[in-house]
Design a binder for this molecule. Structure first.
Ligand code: FES
Length: 112
């Protein structure tokens, strides 16, 4: 599915929430240069969203994404929890690519 979002609308290394009815949960989009990563906004610890308010996410000074519920921290490139109660688990990736005009295209992840 092609999103209404374009890569140049995303801030660098800042998580952005996106809701799409074709996906089982909100998606976290993270731009890294000319690439984008996408993750379901579901913490592997207790299944809560990682944000503390609509489209508001915590990041550590080292650049990790932090779950607002209990402080699990995630590598924004791999989605792996590197510290906290679900260490070693991972956010669920949503396959993402950038089209020739910069449009972001997501593929629904496999069912659980
Ligand atoms: S739900 Fe995310 S750390 Fe507990």
């Amino acid at each position: 599915m092609s999103l209404s979002l374009n890569l140049d609308q995303l801030p660098e290394q800042q998580p952005v929430a996106h809701a799409d009815l074709q996906l089982p949960a909100e998606v976290i989009l993270i731009r890294d240069g000319q690439q984008v990563s996408a993750w379901l906004n579901i913490c592997p610890h207790q299944g809560r969203p990682l944000n503390y308010a609509p489209n508001k996410f915590l990041q550590t000074p080292e650049g990790y994404l932090m779950c607002a519920a209990h402080g699990a921290t995630f590598d924004m490139k791999t989605g792996e929890c590197v510290n906290g109660p679900c260490r070693g688990a991972s956010l669920r990736a949503v396959p993402a690519k950038v089209g020739p005009q910069g449009q972001i295209e997501l593929t629904a992840p496999d069912p659980l």
